[in-house]
Write a protein that binds this ligand. Structure first.
Ligand SMILES: Nc1ncnc2c1ncn2[C@@H]1O[C@H](COP(=O)(O)OP(=O)(O)OP(=O)(O)O)[C@@H](O)[C@H]1O
Length: 334
């Protein structure tokens, strides 16, 4: 299949490996061979089985996958609500495995924002929209005031802080087109309006990452489109990195990158880019599906491909100048 490497080749490879930057060194989110095992009634469930994922700063991307594939498990880990069993996970420089309880709380308040599927889970029912958005800002302010206690934080500064908070709240509600809902409580708003206010709450502390788990799951398709547009606005105007878990193919089609999770691992990835049609001059979006190659060089071939060529157990590989050929095992006699 390949010629034997010389000693010089091997030395070069080792040196190149040593100089290569660490996996995910330039990513905002790095999941490296992430494992999460749950034990329920003595039975082990491997929800994540060595998942690799890199997300660059400023990306707006979707995660898709069948029910039970591990999407929510991954989101809970990235949100700092759950801890992986093994592997490595870093978000904006924070190591999610070794964070102390105190760091974890600060991480959830300041580094990540989240929007959940259940509209009721995102907002406090007895507060108005403006009060819901102001809450994370107040919590952060209270923490800072606590840290500065005894350093002479005055009443004037308190008033200025309140004014700045009120301005920030209105700015966010206006950006998400729900300024008219500022004095309404969640039950006085539609599901779509509630989710837009929820996005404003999640963005209040200017997080590095916004995580959304099925944010359009309870909404009709027209409202879902509007919610997705709100995420896009946040991504474009504020530069927030956004990861959305969705079953909604329309949402998945709207983003440049969709990563599919299968059996607790990333399996395929669809990248979309705009191209100008040479004949008509029209701009069109071209999508291309890629298989994920993990760090050990493992690749999952799509079941429909292997089935079509009756590939099982063993395949023959050939290295060509610009590709690798995968052929059915021709040594089989059955
Ligand atoms: N707390 C838990 N205890 C035991 N098993 C769990 C727990 N949470 C998740 N699992 C299991 O881990 C696997 C992955 O679940 P997860 O909720 O991450 O999947 P999902 O892709 O988000 O599914 P869905 O699209 O239905 O929400 C499933 O087999 C699930 O039953």
């Amino acid at each position: 299949m390949t010629t034997n490497p010389t000693l010089d080749d091997l030395t070069r490879r080792v040196t190149a490996g040593r100089d290569r930057p660490a996996f995910g060194h330039d990513a905002l989110i790095t999941c490296d061979r992430l494992v999460r095992v749950f034990t329920a009634d003595g039975v082990e469930v491997q929800a994540l089985q060595g998942l690799d994922l890199l997300v660059r700063e400023g990306e707006l991307m979707a995660l898709v996958g069948a029910s039970g594939s591990g999407k929510s498990t991954l989101m809970n880990i990235l949100a700092g609500l759950d801890v992986p069993t093994a592997g490595a996970a870093r978000v904006a420089g924070r190591d999610l495995l070794t964070m102390t309880a105190r760091d974890r709380l600060a991480y959830r308040r300041e580094v990540v924002g989240f929007v959940w599927q259940q509209t009721a889970r995102n907002l406090l029912p007895y507060l108005t929209s403006a009060q819901n958005v102001a809450l994370p800002l107040q919590l952060r302010c209270a923490k800072r005031a606590g840290e500065n206690a005894g350093k002479g934080a005055g009443r004037i500064r308190g008033r200025a802080a309140r004014r700045a908070r009120a301005e920030r709240v209105m700015e966010l509600l206006e950006m998400l087109e729900v300024a008219d809902c500022r004095d309404r409580r969640p039950h006085e708003m539609s599901g779509g309006q509630q989710q837009r206010v929820a996005i404003a709450v999640a963005l209040a502390n200017d997080p590095a990452v916004l995580l959304a788990d099925e944010p359009t799951g309870e909404l009709d398709s027209h409202t879902a489109e509007q919610i997705f547009a709100a995420f896009r606005t946040a991504n474009e105007r504020l530069g927030t990195t956004i990861v959305i878990v969705t079953h909604d193919q329309a949402v998945a089609n709207e983003v440049r990158r969709t990563v599919a999770i299968r059996d607790g691992r990333t399996s395929t990835e669809v990248l979309r880019r705009s191209e100008v049609d040479e004949v008509t001059g029209d701009e069109k979006v071209v999508a291309r599906e890629y298989a994920m190659l993990d760090r050990a060089g493992r690749l999952q071939l799509p079941a429909e491909y292997t089935r079509a060529l009756d590939m099982r157990d063993r395949v023959a590989l050939e290295l060509e100048p610009d590709h690798i050929a995968v052929r059915p095992d021709d040594s089989r006699t059955d």
